[in-house]
Ligand binder design. Structure first.
Ligand SMILES: Cc1ncc(COP(=O)(O)O)c(C=O)c1O
Length: 409
């Protein structure tokens, strides 16, 4: 489906797949893994592949045109996020932004304590490991059962040894939103740098201010292209580059700029932030409808926060006596795309580190499935997904655990 809404769509969205020789529509409920490119972003990018293909550092007309496009994109990002243009650093995506935020500040500071959570994206967890190998100590904040940070406990942990705090704004698996404005205020009052991975936020939750000293974004999570992102670095932050080479991005990120990517990123970000309210109003009732249907299946549990404390499009469930791999493969055959948690963990058959950190037993965590809705899904499709999900669960349970009780059920 292509929506005509100027902010929500249209997206470039072809979901037909050929199975056994016939075409069928795919229902894509994996929006937190990646999103289709917005038509406006594609249109904005096109001239910078084959016409205005200059290197922004070149001194001739084609170079100037590319430089102007990058700087215009920087202006857009700064205006949308309410920061200075000098605070926008374009990168290759969320993973690089998280590494630049944590490793780059660590290079400029004396080792101390970094405070984070056990449910961060793997790109933050691994960057924190790197810090630990270089003499930092990591303190992981204990979380509430729904994955939220307990602010009182966090405040008590922010002593004089803490130099850096990294807490993701929205969790990509369970959708839990953290009270980042409050965390930022606590850190500011103590002179501690606060980084937040906001990769899952634009287009899904309100984004009016940058509530952090350092904030990571990735284009492909909100209708922009893959392989481009940005790190917001407030001017008071001490930070060093990770790569040495050219002087691009104020010397913080050497390497020829991805001009079409940066242009598409800025175009998509503007639309995503402007359409977040409409997106939420559309997908929240559909997500809740899906849960109302799934909760009727015995042994299905929901995880993460609820109400205003969770992304409006995200539903993480576990299904007892079923492995996520089997469930996802069976749903795929029905034309339904979902994920077992983070896309990076999918395929590795690893149970979600997020659920394990929240105290969910290993056996239950093995049956975790994440639905993340996009703006193109409708009620009929949600009902179809719920119906097929129930059938698939029953089929797998019968095959995997053919107890006489189940066979009779
Ligand atoms: C919360 C979060 N942070 C970081 C990333 C990594 O972003 P990228 O794919 O742009 O490297 C992802 C992508 O899955 C994510 O969901």
């Amino acid at each position: 489906m292509t929506l005509a809404d100027p902010l929500l769509g249209p997206v470039v969205h072809s979901m037909a797949s050929s199975i056994g020789g016939f075409e069928r529509r795919r229902i894509y409920l994996d929006w937190n893994a990646t999103t289709p490119l917005r038509a406006e972003a594609l249109a904005a990018m096109k001239p910078y592949f084959c016409e205005s293909y200059g290197n922004p550092s070149s001194a001739h007309a084609l170079g100037s045109r590319a430089r102007a496009a990058v700087e215009e994109a920087r202006d857009t990002v700064a205006e949308v996020l309410g920061v200075k243009r000098s605070e926008v650093v374009f990168t290759s995506g969320g993973t690089e932004s998280n590494h630049l935020a944590l490793l780059g500040t660590a290079l400029a500071l004396n080792p101390g304590v970094i405070l984070s959570t056990p449910i961060e994206h793997s790109s933050v967890l691994r960057a924190v490991d790197w810090l630990v190998e270089r003499g930092w100590q990591v303190h992981k904040v204990q979380l509430l059962p729904d994955g939220r940070v307990d602010l009182d406990r966090l405040a008590r942990g922010l002593d004089a040894t803490v130099r850096l705090v990294s807490i993701g704004w929205a969790n990509n698996e369970i959708g839990t939103l953290q009270p980042v404005a409050e965390i930022f205020a606590l850190c500011q009052a103590r002179g501690i740098f606060f980084h937040t991975d906001a990769v899952q936020v634009p287009g899904k939750a309100p984004f009016r201010k940058v509530p952090a000293h350092l904030l990571s974004l990735s284009g492909h999570k909100f209708g922009g292209p893959k392989g481009v992102g940005c790190l917001i670095v407030r001017e008071e932050v001490a930070i060093r580059p990770l790569f040495r080479g050219g002087a691009q991005e104020r010397g913080l990120r050497a390497g020829t700029e991805n001009v079409p990517g940066i242009v598409g990123f800025a175009s998509a970000l503007r639309l995503a932030v402007a359409s977040a309210e409409g997106f939420s109003a559309r997908v929240r009732p559909l997500r809740d409808r899906l849960w109302q249907r799934l909760r009727e299946i015995p042994g299905v549990q929901r995880h993460g926060a609820s109400g205003e404390h969770v992304l409006p499009n995200t539903l993480m469930v576990t299904v007892d006596d079923v492995t996520a791999d089997a469930l996802i493969a069976a749903l795929d055959l029905e034309g339904i795309c979902v994920s077992a948690g983070s896309a990076c963990a999918a395929g590795a058959a690893e149970p979600s580190h997020v659920l394990l950190a929240l105290g969910i037993p290993l056996e239950r965590a093995r049956g975790a499935v994440r639905f993340s809705l996009g703006q193109d899904v409708d009620e009929a499709e949600i009902d179809f997904v719920a119906e097929r999900f129930a059938q698939v669960v029953q089929r797998i349970r019968t095959v995997e655990h053919p107890s006489p009780r189940r066979l009779l059920a």
